[in-house]
Write a protein that binds this ligand. Structure first.
Ligand SMILES: *Cc1c(COP(=O)(O)O)cnc(C)c1O
Length: 438
């Protein structure tokens, strides 16, 4: 059963000579779970193939973007076609408004938007815009929510940071985060109290409407509506960071799933990323036109990007959104069914084996927390036995299932996953769970 990872180990050692930790994004290094990370050579549908020729069921989907599965034919073709016309112009193309129109159709609250190249940029820019628009400096984020790695947002920022136990990050001056207020998730009273203490100083509240970056955590009933009411009352903006949930939980993301699509209930600003680029680097921030028009060249808030709206990225995003909208009724139902079978199936095996596990799932994102406690915020997520998770992760990998390499990450199911993959995951989990708690 034991797979060989010898080629990947050689590649990892080589990479470590050039790249810190051998990686370009820290969680990829597997430090939280131990062992060498497999090096990927290719992927198709629900499967990754590594440098040693091992084939894995992909349960992290490039950390979210690959909703349709890997190398989806119309996405591949769109990128190829666009590439023949040159990879970048630094001038406007029709594709940008085309993709914007499609995004807007899915997110009625997004009256206008701007494309950037990552979720980090989208969230950083949304905060700047909210501050510029309101003329206020403070903002509220929640413990365990990740909004990219910009300085002001790198406070109690979930998975990567939690995985490494770094309080924020070195290199972020205290002055830079003195206007960042981090509060526990799913607790309206602390938000109300914070606003009451500074009624005219808080520009916005930013949150993951379903948390993915502390593992999967759903908003408590009434929580999102409560945040909307409090921000309205104090004249602050509400920002839904749907970089992960956008197009995953529904075409219209968490705001569609929970009914916050328009009028009084809608968020003022929304950030998107991941799926909207179909695997290429795209981020979006958008919302009420009155706010978006505060951006340069119309308004005083500056924001720019050499590769923003890149034609290859727009083409990949367009092909992805078209495919998911064309199949949406059956696709989202299928995702839900497959993910439920997988998440609940393993939860049942854990019960049979007497393992205290909490399974949180919303649509096609889920987390198996190695804790018997309900997980409703970062503090309860942190009660998980991360050593048991690390053994479980290794056991699953050895059995051909590649889970996200941290307890504090959501696993993702794609439209290419089906009954066969559910069977493979359940079979692997039976063995890996036994190893995990030994
Ligand atoms: C991934 C993620 C980001 C950051 O996006 P990058 O493209 O990695 O910069 C921001 N917010 C959320 C909710 C995310 O999941």
């Amino acid at each position: 059963m034991s797979l060989s990872f010898s080629r990947s180990e050689v590649l990892q050692r080589r990479a470590e000579g050039f790249l810190p930790g051998g990686v370009d994004s820290p969680v990829r290094a597997f430090r939280a779970v131990g062992g060498h990370p497999p090096f990927v050579e290719s992927a198709a549908g629900a499967y990754l193939t590594d440098a040693d020729g091992n084939r894995f069921v992909d349960m992290f989907g490039s950390w979210g973007p690959m909703l349709l599965g890997h190398a989806y034919p119309s996405v591949v073709e769109a990128i190829q076609q666009a590439a023949t016309k040159s990879a970048s112009f630094g001038a406007s193309t029709a594709a940008e408004a085309d993709l914007a129109e499609l995004v807007q159709r899915c997110y009625p609250s997004v009256e206008k938007l701007r494309f950037v190249s990552s979720g980090t940029e989208a969230c950083m820019s949304a905060i700047r815009l909210a501050r510029g628009f309101t003329g206020r400096n403070f903002f509220i984020k929640f413990e365990g929510c990740y909004h990219g790695h910009s300085d002001a947002l790198l406070v109690k920022a979930g998975s990567g940071v939690a995985t490494f136990g770094i309080p924020g990050s070195a290199g972020v001056p205290a002055d830079t985060v003195k206007h960042t207020i981090a509060l526990p998730y799913n607790d309206l009273a602390v938000v109300e109290a914070e606003f009451a203490a500074r009624p005219e100083e808080i520009a916005c509240v930013i949150l993951e409407p379903v948390v993915g970056n502390a593992g999967t955590i759903a908003p408590a009933p009434g929580y999102l509506a409560g945040l909307r009411a409090i921000t309205k009352k104090y004249g602050a903006l509400l920002i839904f960071d749907e970089v992960m949930t956008g197009f995953r939980l529904a075409p219209g993301g968490a705001q569609e799933l929970y009914g916050f699509t328009s009028g009084e209930t809608a968020p003022d600003l929304t950030t998107l990323g991941k799926i909207v680029g179909g695997g290429l680097p795209v981020g979006v921030f958008g919302g009420r036109a009155e706010i978006m028009d505060y951006l340069a060249p119309l308004g005083p808030v500056y924001q720019a990007g050499t590769l923003s709206g890149n034609p290859l990225a727009m083409a990949a995003g367009m092909a992805t959104l078209k495919a998911l909208l064309a199949g949406k009724d059956s696709m989202y139902a299928g995702l839900d069914k497959t993910t439920a079978a997988m998440a609940d199936g393993v939860a049942k095996i854990a019960v049979e084996l007497g393992i205290g596990m909490t399974t949180n799932r919303v649509g096609s994102m889920f987390t198996w927390f190695f804790t018997p406690q309900p997980v409703t915020d970062f503090a309860t997520a942190a009660t998980s036995d991360t050593a048991a998770f690390a053994r479980f992760h290794r056991g699953m990998l050895e059995r051909g299932i590649w889970l996200p390499p941290s307890q504090f990450e959501a696993a993702f199911v794609s439209a290419a996953h089906g009954e066969r993959e559910v069977e493979l995951v359940l079979e692997a989990a039976r063995g890996a769970l036994k190893d995990a708690v030994k």
